[in-house]
Write a protein that binds this ligand. Sequence first.
Ligand SMILES: [Ca+2]
Ligand SMILES: [Ca+2]
Ligand SMILES: [Ca+2]
Length: 413
Amino acid sequence: MKALKKTRRWLGRTGVTYPNAFVTTPLCCPSRGSLLTGRYAHNHGIEDNQKPYRLDQDSTVQRYLHDSGYLTGFVGKYLNGWEPTRNPPHFDRWSLFSPLEFAHGYRNNLFNLNGQMKMVKTYSTDYLGKRARSLLRWFENDDARPWLMHLWPFAPHGPFVPAKKYEDAKVPRWQPSPAVLEQDRSDKPAYLQTKFRSLKTARNIRKQQFRMLMSVDDMIEAVRRELGLLGERERTLVVFMSDNGYVWGEHGWIDKRLPYTNSIQVPMLMRWAGHLPGGTIDPRLATNVDVAATMFDVAGVTPAHPVDGRSLLDPWDRDRLFLEFWFNGESTIPTWRSIRTRTSQYIETYTEGTGAIASREYYDLINDPFQLTNLLGDGDPLNDPPPDEVTRLSLQIDRDRRCKGPTGPEGCP
Ligand SMILES: [Ca+2]
Ligand SMILES: [Ca+2]
Ligand SMILES: [Ca+2]
């Protein structure tokens, strides 16, 4: 968020900041499925980046809002692997691209513009800003109707290519956290012990991502101005969030997919003049699963599909997060599940095929916020959590991995 100065000024000063926001599966496509439906990945069905068509398009926020009279639009990268020639259902207008599969990165992308295919040379984040503004003007043609726009830039996803104007932009100095410098990883599961990514690689990625985010900041600022010109700014609920965190060398890793803080925690801001108090902090454990639930609430829609998340406008509190990830051919990270509270995190990894528990981890987040010492793997039995507690958490994971809906005996955290 340091790179997004204008966004912080707008949404932070006049909206609510969620410092404890997380994604329930730290990977693009499963997380996007949750953002669109308010459901955990184990309920919406997308477990990795390969199967976008598993998502029931009739269970999405655009479907229900469109059905109830909203104009709907999509601008950006949709679900990973979505063929660009395929029109996304339940949108009136769209500017969609599938950057990883069909293009060269940030320039020369094949776009689906309301059903017309077009090669676009412009730097994608700048182009998305332009398309978002023109979509807002199109909504204005029918000013009395409410509208929904998803604006989902590809940045700062790899390949790490900033816009020309930010190629040499100054980036604040990096001070690697103790997690980046974790040398002794003998407490960690085997998959984390074999690989160590260099600090130089992490530093370069960080620098380029900062520069790419400067364009995202410009894109959001362009939307803010357009909303003002159209008289929509004070009437619009804005949600800002990422679909996953990013690991810059923490625990020897680069990328996301890990169960640890830097992979699962994301920035989240929400602004709605007259409804949400500006410049405030909401410390609740909020997730990507809550976003669609909030939109359904605001639109006064009750979906026929079960929703796992909860509206952030309601006064609930959550005592734990349930986090889930499935092994796939894209990385060496095994299937894992985790329960995280404000004070601790318990993680299990599983053997592929049998599903047997392969490793257990337990972190004391108060005394060890950088997750340097897995108390169940450090060779010191004296600091272990009580065996009852580990059994209880393991059983909780087994229930949560099948949870459905926000309340009741099968309810999700
Ligand atoms: Ca208007
Ligand atoms: Ca360690
Ligand atoms: Ca121990």
